[in-house]
Write a protein that binds this ligand. Sequence first.
Ligand SMILES: NC(=O)C1=CN([C@@H]2O[C@H](COP(=O)(O)OP(=O)(O)OC[C@H]3O[C@@H](n4cnc5c(N)ncnc54)[C@H](O)[C@@H]3O)[C@@H](O)[C@H]2O)C=CC1
Ligand SMILES: O=C(O)[C@@H](O)C(=O)[C@H](O)[C@@H](O)CO
Length: 330
Amino acid sequence: MGGQRADHDVRVAVVGAGYMGGGIAQSFAARGIDCVVVDETAQRSRERVRQLHEEADEFAADGLIPEARADAVRAHLRAAESLEAALAGVSYVAEVVPERIEVKRTVLERISSSVGPEVVIGTNTSAIPIGELATSVTAPERFLGVHWMNPAPFVPSVEVIPGARTSPSVVEDVVGFLRGIGKVPTVVGDSPGFVANRLQYALFREAARLVEDGVADPAQVDEVVRNSFGFRLPFFGPFAIADIAGLDVYRDGFTTLESAYGDRIGTPRMLVDQVERGRHGLKTGQGFYEFADGVGADVARYRDRAYAGLDRLRAELGQVDLVERRDQLR
Ligand SMILES: NC(=O)C1=CN([C@@H]2O[C@H](COP(=O)(O)OP(=O)(O)OC[C@H]3O[C@@H](n4cnc5c(N)ncnc54)[C@H](O)[C@@H]3O)[C@@H](O)[C@H]2O)C=CC1
Ligand SMILES: O=C(O)[C@@H](O)C(=O)[C@H](O)[C@@H](O)CO
């Protein structure tokens, strides 16, 4: 399964052909990897494949993917009549059934008892620890989390989460396989919500609190997020953003937030440590990152080009008509 190019020897089964399973299956098939999908009934599996073929054609018609990739989806994506039929001859299985532990356990038990121990099984769980699912899988060395983002064909990241018993060679193979189809796999630790959803849900929780507290309504929260720190996120993550802003400034901001909200927005120990060691980020040359000499000007130039480019892209695309209050959203 390894390598940096699409590995055409890998045959994939996607179990659960809903929103995510469909997009994951398209992503494999578009790169010429044979992929069979199976859902709860044969009729639903067939119907989903028909929809996924049509959708890939629409992506190509809209210029989102080359036509050859849409043709590949038609050529390499098919439906199976049963789970057992789907699993025959595959080397990788993506479990993409609903986010309910008992459903995932039942499906994982069925999958792992139907395939040999060499077949790799990846769960697309959003938040359930891999250790909690691994107990339902025979030969847990071949089991791991492979968490795609929505919509799967277009968002680059895939979190790869080894469980305590996952074989390092399986992790390496899955990472190579995902890179080969153009994804950005990041291996992270096993903890509820992993990286993406722990952060995403923490943000959502505080967004909901803002609305509950009457500070802003949902559209106002979204408007501020999209046009403020959300505008930076395609280019810089939270640690780089903090380093660029100044860690001493962050520490001072936390003093106010912590006194208002307590532990919910408490000052991180690792931030205080950095500041106490004189590591204030880009301005002192060291923070969470070690900046090379003179890199500050490069970062500023890149940042400004990136933001100006993003501003142009947004002007070109316009704002989707989400709500009646469109006129109030910039
Ligand atoms: N919706 C999202 O944004 C994301 C979801 N995920 C995760 O992906 C998984 C699936 O989520 P969605 O695709 O959004 O849900 P969905 O509801 O669109 O799809 C789930 C599919 O599984 C099928 N299914 C149910 N029981 C089954 C069984 N026993 N055998 C075969 N198929 C079965 C359903 O009929 C349905 O088509 C969940 O674990 C979710 O947390 C991960 C990343 C993003
Ligand atoms: O944002 C994503 O694409 C994900 O990381 C998810 O897992 C889902 O959005 C999930 O939180 C909703 O079920």
